[in-house]
Design a protein around this ligand. Structure first.
Ligand SMILES: C[S@@+](CC[C@H](N)C(=O)[O-])C[C@H]1O[C@@H](n2cnc3c(N)ncnc32)[C@H](O)[C@@H]1O
Length: 325
């Protein structure tokens, strides 16, 4: 599926659209979709107070909280973001490969990997494809391991996950995931880093930032990680104060930056008019009659174009090396 996103982008998006349409057939309303859209634009500071976190009523302990365990959330996410993020991660992996800081064999740890969009980008930019371990607390796709390609999905909390015994990583990437990790898992990951993870002497830590509202959490966590690695005998080549990698003119269409970037019109049109298809809003439905008054925000929140510009393209990479190696 992921390889197809990059090789047959239009077909894959249309398949995802059909899956989402089929899934939504049984829904009484699109309120869960609206919640997901809201959560994607929120930062951790917008989450409910810590007393209520972890109750299962109001999201997980401190993460941003979109419910990726729900199929419709995963499908909507892929429809709205996949092409833009694949472009962004290609930009990142291309830069890492060109810099030649890490040594062969490359082995990537993708934390909060989702459906593996960054693997698709890695495959596009790096041949032979490096080894890749993707860890996510939610299983986004079934049976998607590719043994011969060295791609492995692991369904686990990164705070508790034990890497395969032979794994020696030189790239650790957080693709739009750093702000989503609950605080307890993040602390546990940092404290287990030295004992559970084998790292090469030359490594790259890469963060693809999420929305503006997550920036301070993500920058803070990147700082925590670099400090932890300092304590494990690494030194940084890049300063955290260096400007993130981005592109000039961030409102430019992604197509101008990445000629492979493409969206089927049908998907854009469907996303832009989503609220009109909600059963609650149907002029003929009794539910619609009853609830229409509560639905005034839906058009503003649900009906959005997917990401078509470079606005979200914000990446930080820090090259580090083991002192004395
Ligand atoms: C915004 S999504 C990003 C998905 C994917 N990396 C991408 O490029 O689109 C954030 C992901 O982080 C995952 N996540 C959150 N907390 C986690 C944890 N403790 N351990 C592993 N993954 C986690 C979520 O399940 C979700 O799939």
């Amino acid at each position: 599926m992921m390889t197809e996103i990059i090789k047959r982008l239009d077909t894959s998006l249309l398949e995802i659209l059909d899956l989402l349409k089929a899934e939504l057939k049984t829904y009484r309303d699109y309120c869960d979709l609206k919640d997901a859209m809201r959560e994607w634009s929120q930062g951790p500071q917008d989450r409910p107070s810590s007393l209520l976190r972890g109750t299962g009523i109001l999201g997980r302990d401190g993460g941003r909280g979109a419910n990726y365990d729900k199929l419709h959330v995963r499908l909507l996410y892929q429809l709205r973001y996949a092409p833009a993020y694949v472009s962004e991660y290609r930009f990142l992996y291309r830069a890492i490969v060109e810099e030649k800081h890490v040594c062969e064999p490359i082995r990537v740890l993708s934390v909060g990997c989702g459906c593996g969009l960054d693997w698709a980008s890695l495959e596009a930019e790096c041949q032979p494809v490096p080894g890749w371990d993707g860890v996510d607390i939610v299983r986004w796709e079934e049976d998607d391991d590719e043994e011969e390609l060295g791609r492995h999905f692991h369904t686990a909390d990164i705070g508790m996950w034990e890497p395969p015994s032979a794994a020696r990583y030189n790239i650790i990437i957080f693709p739009k995931s750093l702000a989503d990790i609950p605080e307890s898992s993040w602390k546990s990951f940092l404290s287990r880093l030295a004992s559970s993870f084998v790292l090469d002497d030359r490594i790259v830590i890469a963060v693809s930032y999420s929305s503006e509202r997550c920036r301070s959490t993500e920058v803070g966590r990147l700082g925590d990680l670099v400090k932890r690695l300092d304590g494990m005998g690494f030194e940084s080549i890049d300063s955290l104060q260096d400007a993130p990698m981005g592109v000039d003119g961030r409102d430019r269409g992604l197509r101008k930056i990445d000629p492979d970037f493409h969206y089927p019109d049908r998907v854009i049109e469907w996303l832009e008019t989503l609220s009109a298809r909600c059963p609650r809003r149907s002029p003929t439905s009794i539910l619609g009659q009853a609830f229409r008054g509560e639905c005034h925000e839906c058009h503003r929140i649900l009906d959005k174009k997917p990401i078509l510009t470079a606005w979200y393209l914000w990446i930080h990479r820090v090259r580090m090396r083991r002192i004395g190696a």
